[in-house]
Write a protein that binds this ligand. Structure first.
Ligand SMILES: Cc1ncc(COP(=O)(O)O)c(C=O)c1O
Length: 411
């Protein structure tokens, strides 16, 4: 691989170094293996964005901290607990910060995420996809045995039975939440009597402990317009709340009623949930920003866009456009947006290339210039990188591995 040093050395015979400015000489001295050694030692002094390879993920620490605090304050003010979804970041470092600000646990999509968070000492992990198949059931039971704070869901009596049998033979007891349909046809037992009967079955199972109910109104989260979103969320969650009542009347324990998303965090305070599973709020993406907020109908700006994919301009052979080093493999989308450059539109050009275009002839980008893009769907984008570079301004202040992607034994 050609190092940035040799690239810049070669380029310096022309005008590139001059174009890039004084930082370029400094960058040329900072060889890639030195950067890696420093990251391994957690010595981030004098490490700046320009030293980093591209494409890479950059987190604006200030905006990230504001997002964390804002949701934590909302949770305190409303009494609605927070169990943030980790599929957005798959990062133990991020999860620790969420818990540090008062989150009661973490919500996960996969057993691997659950194992990762739990084995990192983080408590209250709630796996919201029911275990099906021998591998997942065995792992969920084993995790329940190791970590009594681990919660799993079922939406089917067949799975409740299989988990009961596996728990019996492992000598384990699993804490179970019944997943109730809330408008998203991908999962959830039909609300009302069917969900009540499933809850009763769980409660009656010797090796299962009924903990409560959940309902994820995934269609509400990205509904455009706050009032429309509110209506959709309330409609979707009505069956869940009816089931909560039925369960309570039948004397079943309903310690938690879990659900919600970033899009409905300030809506689900009014429809009976006891805890929120919001995830995207920590980073935000262009998909979310378009849905509009309560106070700003045009842009959902309750939480700031903290995460970008940093790219480099690698070719400029045509007017009003340039090529960057991020394409399909970096999940570049035409709906991505360039940070601080609203005049730019994004186009895909292949596996490793993207195109940035602009109409205004007075504008220009330089060869070697860094352009940061706000991703369209951040949890997909995060999943193609191994680390998050945390930045304060130009300075890198931390590097967080995305362990749920590369560190977990299996997804
Ligand atoms: C079950 C569940 N809960 C919560 C969330 C978090 O939603 P958001 O990232 O919109 O906050 C998701 C995201 O897909 C989810 O699948």
């Amino acid at each position: 691989m050609t190092s940035r040093r040799s690239f810049l050395k070669a380029a310096s015979t022309g005008s590139l170094l001059a174009t890039l400015g004084p930082r370029a000489a400094r960058t040329a001295d900072l060889r890639l293996n030195e950067i890696e050694a420093r990251i391994a030692r957690r010595d981030f002094r004098a490490l700046i964005k320009e030293d980093l390879p591209t494409p890479s993920l950059i987190l604006d620490s200030e905006i990230f901290d504001q997002n964390l605090r804002r949701m934590a304050e909302h949770s305190k003010a409303t009494g609605l607990k927070l169990r943030p979804h980790v599929k957005i970041h798959k990062s133990v470092d991020v999860a620790r910060r969420q818990l540090g600000l008062g989150a009661i646990g973490l919500t996960t999509a996969t057993i691997a995420e659950s194992e990762l968070m739990s084995s990192s000492g983080l408590k209250g992990v709630f796996w919201t996809r029911q275990p099906a198949g021998r591998n997942n059931i065995t792992r969920a039971v084993a995790l329940s045995k190791r970590d009594s704070t681990f919660l799993l869901v079922v939406d089917d009596p067949i799975i409740a039975e299989l988990v009961e049998q596996a728990a019996a033979s492992a000598g384990a007891r699993c804490t179970v939440v019944v997943d109730v349909f809330a408008g998203l046809t991908r999962h959830g037992m039909q609300s009302g009597r069917p969900a009540l009967e499933l809850a009763q079955k769980v409660d009656a199972s010797k090796h299962l402990r009924l903990h409560g109910l959940m309902g994820y109104s995934g269609g509400a989260s990205h509904t455009r317009g706050w009032e429309e979103r509110r209506k959709k969320s309330c409609d979707d969650l009505a069956g869940l709340l009816e089931t909560v009542e039925l369960c309570r009347k039948s004397g079943l324990p309903v310690n938690i009623v879990s659900g919600g998303s970033t899009g409905t965090y300030n809506i689900d305070t009014e429809n009976g949930l006891t805890e929120l599973q919001c995830g995207s709020y920590i980073f935000m993406d262009t998909g979310y920003r378009k849905v509009g907020g309560k106070s700003n109908a045009a842009v959902y700006d309750d939480f700031g866009a903290a995460l970008t994919v940093m790219t480099t301009v690698v070719s400029k052979r045509h007017p009003n456009q340039c090529t960057i080093d991020a394409g399909n493999k970096a999940l570049l989308r035409p709906t991505d947006e360039a940070k601080g450059m609203p005049w730019i539109t994004v186009e895909n050009q292949g596996a490793e290339y993207g195109i940035l275009k602009w109409k205004d002839g007075d504008r220009d980008l330089k060869l070697g210039e860094r352009v940061e893009l706000y991703p369209t769907n951040l949890d997909m984008s995060v999943n193609v990188y191994d680390r998050i570079y945390v930045a304060r301004g130009e300075q890198i202040i931390d590097v967080w591995p995305i362990m749920g992607r590369s560190g977990a034994p299996q997804r």
